[in-house]
Design a protein around this ligand. Structure first.
Ligand code: NAP
Length: 492
């Protein structure tokens, strides 16, 4: 397993400078593949650090909102070029810090670059509408204006892409930002912020504070100077935040968990469906909010499908994410590994049939990491924990069904509604599914995780807060509407 090269101590980024925490303390980021691999040390911030960041963002807000959009776009494009020049290196750091494979780490860094470029363009798109007025002489139009200071709180599972898809539009549309990244992946957050710093972002426009969720996160959500909060993470934390935000009338956007179904009908291309169900469930070690957790398969093909899926899963290599032969790296933490094992144990107790996996992997150089075996259950009862809850790891179940309506009913039976797939050659059934499925992102003949940055992203039900991120939806969140009536002065 790879070992760290020259770990560095990072401060907070406040008012355009990297500064140590007022506490003088740091916390470590270590690789989930090998806890001997120290990635870096990061500021263990205090409330005073958060206060400094919020004040810096507040002070910078008036000038940034009045900076013309072309100048803002140029900075985003420059940051994209800086990241692009280091994409492989940063992708490697991502694989070390988060645990996804090197290919996925480089790919995710590419996604952050693509998002910066997209919002550099999107910033220059029309920013309002012109309406006819009842009064023929009135010029009546709307314009969208920045909210002011926004708080951005992100999870560890897409440690550079999620900060990018929140921060790039926030800046593009004229807001300043206070950013708290996940404590498990602060290096990738720092790389993103540093690229914007190098690109010439003015001091105070973006501020990053690292450290404990309660010490750093809570004051961001509670502070009246923060007009809006964009949060991605677990449902429990998100909903608690939305209560705090609602009490003070702040705007909030939540992107939460998923329990995503892939329906496979009898007429599907079997090999295509198998590949997409497997990669949808297992890539990134199953730690995507859009990962496939349930394959809901027509009873006439379920035995063949399940045995071929088992063969594919048996062929997966779990190990060092930097090794090109590896398909799955570790999960993020010991707690996450225990959670997968507990989920598998409970699935067995509830009568589901374990075909492979269900435990930790601690041999062959994996003794210092958080590796779990890819896990497949058959004949899953959809009402059990495995059929209902997000376990967030390389674990999935196959559920047999008799027809498409039963499949859709089971797919919709969970509290989540993020992504869903169907595999079929029948256009009528595909359209029926697209209409009836309760999910924000629908795939016909492709895996549940695919998401492009130019279109809205978000879920139904417990997966979201009825808001959407990315694409043009980001403008809706990061701006507010002003309606302007212009009447000519009376003729003198
Ligand atoms: P999490 O525990 O909810 O943490 C997310 C972020 O919130 C982290 O920065 C965390 O800080 C911070 N936080 C935790 N408690 C807080 C509090 N009381 N006040 C303010 N901030 C607080 O989630 P996670 O384990 O990192 O991420 C996994 C979850 O994210 C899964 O449920 C996954 O499905 C979901 N997710 C959803 C999407 C989507 O777009 N729908 C995308 C990716 C992931 P610390 O790291 O310091 O604890």
């Amino acid at each position: 397993m790879a070992v760290a090269s020259a770990p560095k101590t990072w401060g907070n980024y406040i008012g355009g400078e990297w500064v140590a925490s007022e506490s003088g303390k740091t916390f470590e980021s270590r690789s989930p593949s090998n806890t001997n691999d120290l990635i870096g040390e990061f500021a263990a911030s205090t409330k005073a650090d958060v206060e400094a960041a919020i004040q810096a963002a507040t002070d910078a807000a008036p000038k940034w909102r009045d900076t013309n959009v072309v100048a803002r776009s140029v900075i985003l494009l420059k940051a994209a070029e800086i990241l692009a020049s280091r994409q492989n290196e940063i992708g490697r750091e991502l694989a070390r810090e988060e645990g996804k494979t090197l290919k996925e780490g480089i790919g995710e860094t590419g996604r952050a670059i693509q998002i910066l470029r997209y919002y550099a363009g999107e910033a220059q798109q029309p920013n309002g509408e012109h309406y006819p007025s009842m009064n023929l002489d009135t010029l009546l139009y709307t314009t969208r204006e920045p909210l002011g200071v926004v708080g951005v709180i992100t999870p560890w599972n897409f440690p550079i892409a999620i900060p990018a898809w929140k921060i790039a539009p926030a800046l593009a549309f004229g807001n300043t930002v206070v950013f708290k990244p996940a404590s498990a992946t602060p290096l990738l957050a720092a790389r993103f912020v540093d690229a914007l710093h190098e690109a010439g972002l003015p001091a105070g426009v973006l501020n990053m504070v690292t450290g404990s969720a309660s010490v750093v996160g809570d004051p961001i959500v509670e502070d009246d100077r923060i007009a809006a909060i964009s949060f991605t993470g677990s449902g429990e934390v998100g909903r608690k935040m939305s209560v705090t935000a609602a009490k003070r009338g702040a705007k909030i956007q939540l992107e939460l968990g998923g329990q995503n179904p892939a329906i496979v009908l009898a007429d599907a291309d079997m090999n295509h469906a198998l590949q997409h169900v497997m990669t949808g469930a297992m890539w990134s070690t199953g730690q995507k909010c859009t990962a496939t957790s349930r394959a809901i398969v027509h009873r006439s093909i379920v035995d063949e499908f399940t045995s071929k899926l088992l063969e594919k899963i048996e062929g997966l290599n779990v190990g060092d994410p930097l090794d090109e032969a590896t398909h799955l790296g570790p999960v993020i933490s010991a707690e996450a590994a225990d959670n997968v094992v507990a989920g598998a144990d409970r699935a067995k107790q509830e009568g589901n049939e374990l075909l492979i996996g269900g435990g930790r992997l601690t041999d062959d150089g994996r003794e210092h990491g958080f590796f779990v075996a890819p896990t497949l259950f058959a004949n899953v009862d959809p009402s059990t924990h495995l059929g209902q809850e997000e376990i967030f790891g390389p674990i999935m179940g196959v559920i047999p069904v008799d027809d498409i309506d039963e499949a859709i009913a089971i797919a919709n039976s969970v509290k989540y509604g993020l992504a869903a797939s169907i595999f079929t050659r029948d256009l009528g059934r595909a359209l029926h599914f697209a209409k009836k499925i309760q999910a924000g992102i629908v795939h016909i003949n492709s895996e549940t995780p695919g998401a492009e940055p130019q279109v809205p992203f978000g879920g139904y039900k417990g997966s979201s807060s009825y808001s959407r991120e990315q694409g043009k939806s980001a403008r809706d969140f990061y701006t507010q509407v002003k309606t302007v009536y212009i009447d000519p002065p009376p003729a003198s």
